[in-house]
Design a protein around this ligand. Structure first.
Ligand code: FDA
Length: 395
């Protein structure tokens, strides 16, 4: 005899646990299964162990999705304020960092403990180290095998996340389920991920590893972000690079304003008037890290000579160079270090109100498995909470 549940949720991550708690509160019998040993592994390592769980300012334009309107319904049914209220109810202390990002003051463990406390209902069961296979549609819902045991449910919720960080249990299983039931996929790629550089650039900039500068970075589609850019021994990273990576495709360039708070033309002209014999290297080293200037000179991008030897046209060109420094990444570090997966289950096949597959009653997708990726800053967890919550009201 198969074990029967109203709802089976595959994946005990952020979205799956939220959905389980909500469906359980409605009196639905819920089984959450995960192939890992424990719940919420990505939550535990997120935000440097402090989990950037949401943001004070959440809107549809903080998300990358082929249908830019898709996220609106879920985000308004369960807002950042709803999640903050849950945090407050559980007495979790939190702090605001730059750009409205909210982090636990103490530990991400508190978020997992909170979700487990919300799931601590007679209606909700959890099972770990479970391999799910043989999913099939039945007249009244779905049947599936969990290890060797047969289980049946009315609603099946796929909360298996994206492909990033395979070490933490990421698998393409959710995509396979979508394809099995005829849903379309948006091709996947790594997002919120550092750039790697072509050999020559990599060798030149590797010695700047560890240097961070505030910058504005622009993708070819005109999207811009302003945050810190970090040189690494593999290429470019830092929040501004992670953000722009979600808007970059191979072969494209990015344009970097290395001095976003300054009019370099005006500044260099003033420096030349005041200190005509000062070298370009020394002048620019007052504005940017000296090693960066030295590397640009070594590469032949700049010529070091006294300022008086630069005419106004040279200075205009130099200002343009720093305000529109252009670099063509070789690629990204890929899923190994990416925070999210761009693409996934095409939202056209899903109800934006409930997350249910339009053509397969009872089948739901929540969280990162679908083609919704947020910016850096707590937006991905907010999507997991919101989409998990709404599916929990209907599954
Ligand atoms: P999640 O990945 O959380 O959960 C999926 C679950 O499904 C996992 O438990 C997995 O084991 C399970 N699973 C997968 N395949 C399975 C299978 N075949 N059978 C059974 N179970 C299976 N976001 C943010 O907003 N703020 C932040 O601070 C960070 N920080 C951060 C750091 C790092 C290093 C990473 C990699 C990611 C982040 N993120 C983030 C992104 C955030 O972690 C991510 O978007 C959410 O965890 C997505 O939640 P889901 O529940 O959709 O998937």
């Amino acid at each position: 005899m198969a074990d029967k549940f109203d709802v089976v949720i595959i994946g005990a991550g952020a979205a799956g646990l939220m959905c389980a708690a909500e469906a359980g509160k409605r009196g639905r019998s819920v089984l959450v299964v995960d192939h890992g040993k424990k719940p919420g592994r990505k939550i535990l390592i997120s935000g440097g162990g402090r989990c950037n769980f949401t943001n004070y300012d959440v809107a549809a334009n903080n998300y990358v999705c082929r249908n830019p309107h898709f996220v609106k319904s879920a985000l308004s049914q369960y807002t950042n304020w709803d999640f903050i209220a849950m945090i407050a109810k559980h007495g979790i202390a939190f702090e605001e960092r730059d750009h409205g990002q909210l982090f636990c003051e103490d530990s991400a463990k508190e978020i997992v403990a909170m979700l487990l406390a919300e799931c601590d209902l007679p209606t909700v069961q959890q099972r770990y180290q479970v391999d799910v296979h043989d999913i099939a549609k039945t007249e009244s819902g779905f049947s599936l095998k969990l290890n060797t045991e047969q289980v049946e449910c009315e609603s099946l919720v796929v909360a298996t996340g994206g492909l990033s960080m395979p070490k933490l249990g990421a698998t393409p299983f959710g995509y396979q389920i979508a394809e099995q039931f005829g849903l379309k996929m948006v091709p996947t790629t790594a997002g919120l991920v550092p750039f790697t550089l072509h050999k020559e650039d990599k060798e030149a900039f590797a010695e700047l590893s560890g240097i961070a500068i505030p910058a504005v970075v622009e993708a070819e589609d005109g999207t811009t972000f302003r945050e810190n850019l970090l040189f690494t021994h593999r290429g470019l990273s830092g929040p501004v690079v992670l953000q722009i990576s979600s808007y970059w495709t191979p072969g494209q360039k990015v344009t970097v304003d290395l001095l976003p708070d300054l009019d370099l033309e005006e500044t260099l002209n003033a420096m030349r008037d005041k200190h005509p014999n000062q070298s370009l290297k020394n002048s620019l080293s007052r504005l940017l890290p000296k090693r960066l200037i030295e590397v640009l000179i070594e590469r032949g991008d700049l010529v070091d000579k006294p300022l008086k030897q630069f005419n106004p046209k040279d200075i205009t060109a130099m200002a343009n160079y720093f305000h529109k420094w252009t670099i063509a990444p070789n690629g990204t570090e890929g899923y190994r270090t990416a925070e999210v997966t761009l693409g996934g289950v095409d939202t056209d096949g899903l109800s934006s109100k409930t997350m249910e597959a339009k053509q397969v009653p009872g089948l739901y997708f929540v969280g990162e498995v679908m083609d919704v990726s947020g910016w850096l800053g707590g937006y991905n967890f907010q999507w997991a909470w919101s989409s998990g919550f709404v599916a929990g009201q209907y599954a």
